[in-house]
Design a protein around this ligand. Structure first.
Ligand code: ZN
Length: 284
């Protein structure tokens, strides 16, 4: 949230679009999903389409798909029959994929792109199931420790092969996607370049802080902003009568404003080089 409780719209929009990824992975029979899957092709496992950035023409889904990387970071899976979850690449045992936990073993795996169901063998009578993960060479001694740990881990996770594979939203305790959890994650991981501390944490009357907030965004009613609202005006600074009037000119660069700044700073014995914009000034 911003200082006035206004949501950052770009982030909120991204969070809302996450809903479409969530639905795409699950609503396999919906018409909208089938249309998109036919147009762009399904990605592995069918949780998303193939990468459609290079497709020709413009499409709504292509715009949405830009956010897939950010969304998929928070996705894990609950194994059902294992037919849609990739053994090495997807997160299905804890917070990391097996590829990340055991990179040295992944490197010598024979089935790097296999799905879980491809690597489970069944007894003929269906009574028991066991892993059949193959490697194209024997392990070196230095790899034994990792290999034992790997076998121990997957042995405890043999899928029962019942039901559908399901996505799990890691930002929510109940495992289901919700826009708010995604929005807060995006907000907390995106660095803020807005100098909110210099505006809202300073002990000044609220109306002064509000004016500064508006000026920093460049929204105060200077002539250039009024002209953007189609008002027929001649843009000339009313104080110096030469330059066009913009927020930065009015508050910093206008000779009249600059004179006031210099007088005030000198009174406090401060040597100062004025920055180029109001935003940079508030950061100082
Ligand atoms: Zn001026």
């Amino acid at each position: 949230m911003g200082g006035l409780g206004v949501r950052k719209l770009a982030h909120f929009n991204q969070a809302l679009l996450g809903k479409w990824f969530w639905r795409f992975g699950q609503e396999r029979t919906s018409l909208w999903r089938r249309v998109i899957a036919t147009k762009y092709g399904e990605g592995q496992g069918g949780w998303n389409t193939k990468d459609c950035r290079r497709a020709h023409g413009c499409g709504l889904w292509r715009g949405i798909n830009v956010g897939w990387e950010r969304f998929s970071k928070h996705l894990a899976f609950v194994v059902g029959d294992g037919s849609r979850i990739r053994f090495w690449h997807d997160r299905w045992v804890g917070d990391f994929s097996l590829k990340m936990l055991y990179p040295q073993l992944y490197a010598c795996s024979s089935d790097k792109e296999a799905f879980i169901s491809d690597l489970v063998d069944h007894q003929e009578d269906g009574s028991s199931r066991c892993w059949n993960v193959r490697f194209y060479r024997n392990f070196h001694e230095r790899e034994f420790e990792a290999a034992f740990s790997f076998l121990e881990l997957i042995q405890a996770q043999i899928p029962r092969g019942i039901g559908w594979d399901r996505p799990l939203w890691r930002l929510n305790r109940n495992g289901k996607f919700d826009t708010w959890s995604f929005y807060h994650k995006i907000r907390s991981t995106t660095p803020s370049y807005f100098p909110w501390k210099g505006i809202w944490k300073v002990k000044v009357p609220k109306r002064v802080a509000f004016f500064l907030w508006t000026a920093t965004h460049g929204w105060i009613l200077t002539l250039d902003n009024l002209m953007l609202r189609s008002l027929p005006l001649a843009n000339r600074c009313c104080m110096c009568c030469c330059s066009a009037k913009s927020v930065d000119h009015l508050l910093i660069h206008c000779p009249v404003a600059y004179y006031i700044w210099v007088q005030m700073l000198q009174a406090f014995g401060v040597q100062w080089v004025m920055p180029g914009s109001v935003e940079s000034l508030v950061f100082c």
